[in-house]
Design a protein around this ligand. Structure first.
Ligand code: SAM
Ligand code: SF4
Length: 327
């Protein structure tokens, strides 16, 4: 097994796989009008195709997988997908990003299937603001699901909050109260411009880095970054059970630490969230004896990975919204 590396010496132990483009929420920065199916687009990868894909990436050094969407729990065979992922030799971390709408009902079966890390998107701790952002008045139920995950001993529980100017950017004190006794990793994510959200982005983008100065002044200390870590810069404080991570894609050097590749629900490899092209892999996923071909195809494409994204120039690539690639 030769681990993948690109022209800039970056390695890729971490793959993010979208298993469905559809979603049941209408987040104002992502799918403000809800999910609209694109006519003529193929259905998502089957379980057998997913199993072959993951074996290929595992050959190339992947040990952390994140299942995402759209909303992964909209897919009926999600538990089977998790079981399939956990059974791939070499995969030690099976994570999932979810809006949490089925967390209270399905957590047990997901954990039994092998899920060992979960990110739940919670943009606000205020029920009305949460409903305004997502289109669903579900905050209490989702927070209860997070408590259940902590009580069940889920090894990693993280919360994602997209920072939105004049919507939720004043909620840090409320989050700090929450983090005092909740051992979660809260991630503040800077709003990213995508093909579809330019007007929203102009109105609501706020630099996540601004939060970091305040955190340092309040005694929060930066932690060293693990090799398979996500893109967050992490902070902790001795008085708090929880941690805070900042995901600032517009900051200098954000891409230097890139350690992940993405695959869309229909099996296109994306070398960058904001890249200009996808590389179809589905035709290498039709038979078990295509593993070598698949591995060669992925290895052959990695040299095309750019050093960084072009978001500063307003170039968002072929990503209309992050539900299309899984974020
Ligand atoms: N539906 C799941 C969820 O919301 O957790 C998984 C898919 S969603 C695309 C993955 C993450 O991307 C979520 O935490 C979401 O808040 C974040 N996201 C979506 N659009 C974004 C944007 N334009 N900028 C920053 N984060 C975004
Ligand atoms: Fe759905 Fe997630 Fe996008 Fe919200 S952020 S609309 S939950 S895919």
């Amino acid at each position: 097994m030769t681990p993948l590396a690109d022209r800039y010496g970056r390695r890729f132990p971490y793959v993010r796989l979208s298993i469905i483009p559809a979603c049941n929420f209408r987040c104002s920065y992502c799918l403000p009008n809800g999910y609209q199916a694109e006519p003529g687009v193929a259905g998502p990868l089957s379980l057998a195709e997913i199993a072959r894909l993951l074996r290929g990436f595992a050959e190339l050094g992947m040990h952390k997988l994140r299942i995402t969407g759209g909303e992964p729990s909209v897919r009926r065979d999600l538990t089977e997908v998790l079981r399939t992922a956990a059974a791939v030799p070499g995969v030690t971390k099976v994570a999932m990003t979810t809006n949490g709408s089925l967390l209270t009902r399905r957590l047990g079966e997901w954990m039994d299937a092998g899920l060992n890390a979960i990110n739940v998107s919670i943009d606000s701790l205020d029920a009305a603001t949460f409903a305004r952002i997502t289109g669903h008045d579900r905050l209490d139920d989702i927070l209860h699901g997070v408590d259940m995950a902590l009580a069940a001993g889920m090894p990693a529980v993280k919360l994602n909050a997209v920072l939105l100017r004049d919507v939720n950017d004043h909620e840090l004190p409320r989050w700090l109260d929450y983090l005092r006794d909740h051992a979660v990793g809260l991630r503040f994510i800077e709003l990213m411009q995508t093909g579809d959200n330019l007007a929203f982005f102009r109105d609501h983008h706020v630099r996540a880095e601004l939060l970091e100065t305040g955190l340092r002044e309040a005694g929060w200390q930066a932690l060293p970054r693990a090799a398979d870590a996500g893109p967050a810069r992490e902070y902790r404080h001795p008085d708090y059970a929880g941690r805070i991570g900042i995901i600032a894609p517009y900051s200098r050097d954000f891409c230097a630490g890139c350690n992940r590749l993405r695959v869309t629900a229909t099996g296109d490899l994306r070398l960058c969230l904001f890249g200009e092209f996808g590389i179809p892999l589905r035709h290498f996923l039709q038979r078990d004896d295509q593993l070598d071909e698949l591995v060669r195809a992925i290895g052959g494409q990695i040299g095309r990975k750019e050093q960084g994204h072009f978001l500063h120039q307003g170039r968002t690539g072929i990503t209309p919204h992050l539900a299309s690639t899984g974020g």
